[in-house]
Design a protein around this ligand. Structure first.
Ligand code: NAP
Length: 323
């Protein structure tokens, strides 16, 4: 089996609700993620979708659209000079297909408050959808659209594959759902999660992930804490440094035709990971004859060579959702 495409026998639902006719879901519960001391405010939101078409139809790797309303869509108040009224924002589904409730009646999101300053005026800028979601309290409604996305899902017959999941920050969202889903189904393959955060206080779902790792020796959970740990060159410890550190095991695993590499989070990590794949001789990036991509990390982000690398990515086994 080479292709990891999603089975047509288990159709993936998309666009069940649109911006013109969203589903008015209700927030069931929320909890802060990470340590209270973290300057980042991240929340896990459990949203009730009972009785809607979303029930049982939301897979990890897909996203839901959020339609902020009220004061959050008001540009005078949110500090943004763009009018965002009526525009959706996408958030990755962080729960397994059966939801955190086990029956598909809820769907969960992982949301970090976006707080910033206007570069010119120095005024406070609040991310519209993230602050709207983080301020919502249990019992209040949230207009949802979607789900969207068919290209970042677990493959057909997920138990027959091995996985390397690489996340930075809130990019952990889909992997939380996928890991829970895999182990609920009795997964016995090999799965790695390499997770990058600035500090130990920023580890999202830390207890859950540690518990999964303790319960399943086939789950390898590796953290890269960029501002607390150093790589062998004395720089920040990034996910790509952890991949390199575990190269002996990972490259063997990624050589199996049934293995897949999933990347989710910051766009910047892609470059380091692609450079590592080329250096380590992985076939997930097909280096064209006569080309040497072993020193890719020296290339500027706007170098046309990166476009070629992207073109030579194995799209059936290397999936990404990076922003
Ligand atoms: P963050 O906290 O800013 O960063 C997470 C880690 O990535 C930090 O340790 C950071 O290190 C490191 N990092 C920065 N540049 C890197 C690079 N070039 N290579 C490797 N690691 C690097 O992350 P965040 O604010 O949560 O952002 C996560 C991203 O995921 C956002 O773009 C978000 O849109 C996206 N996302 C979110 C969701 C969701 O559902 N909420 C889902 C999918 C994706 P330093 O800061 O120390 O340099």
């Amino acid at each position: 089996m080479g292709s990891l495409e999603v089975s047509s026998s288990s159709p993936v639902a998309v666009n069940l609700y649109t911006p013109k006719s969203p589903f008015l879901a209700v927030l069931e519960s929320k909890r802060r993620l990470g340590d209270r001391q973290s300057p980042h405010y991240c929340w896990h939101l459990v949203i009730n979708v009972r009785g809607s078409e979303l029930e049982g139809n939301c897979r990890p790797g897909q996203s839901l659209g959020i339609l902020p309303h009220g004061r959050y869509a008001d540009r005078a108040l949110n500090g943004l000079n763009r009018n965002l009224d009526g525009k959706i924002r996408l958030y990755s589904i962080a729960s397994p297909g059966c939801g955190d409730d086990g029956h598909g009646e809820t769907v969960s999101l992982c949301v970090k408050r976006e707080l910033g300053e206007d570069e010119v005026t120095g005024g406070l800028v609040l991310g519209v959808a993230s602050n709207y979601l983080c301020d919502t309290v249990a019992g209040q409604s949230i207009p949802l659209t979607g789900p969207v996305g068919k290209s970042f899902l677990l493959p057909e017959n997920p138990l027959e594959h091995d996985y390397v999941f690489v996340a930075t920050g809130t990019g952990i969202a889909p992997f939380r759902g996928m890991l829970i889903e895999l182990f609920q189904q009795g997964y016995a393959g090999e799965v790695w999660l390499v997770f990058g955060v600035p500090y130990s206080t920023d580890i999202l779902y830390g207890d859950e992930l540690a518990r999964l790792a303790a319960d399943h020796p086939n789950f390898h959970y590796v953290l890269a804490m960029s501002r607390e740990q150093r790589n062998p060159r004395g720089g920040k410890m990034y996910v790509q440094d952890r991949l390199e550190e575990n190269e002996g095991q990972l490259i063997d695993l990624l050589r199996r035709p049934t293995s897949a590499l999933y990347l989710c989070g910051l766009k910047g990590m892609e470059y380091g990971i692609y450079a590592w794949l080329c250096r380590s001789g992985s076939d997930l990036i097909r280096v064209p004859p006569g080309r040497d991509w072993t020193s890719l990390h020296d290339k500027r982000r706007d170098d046309p060579e990166w476009g070629l690398v992207e073109k030579n990515r194995d799209r059936e086994r290397l999936f990404k959702e990076t922003y």
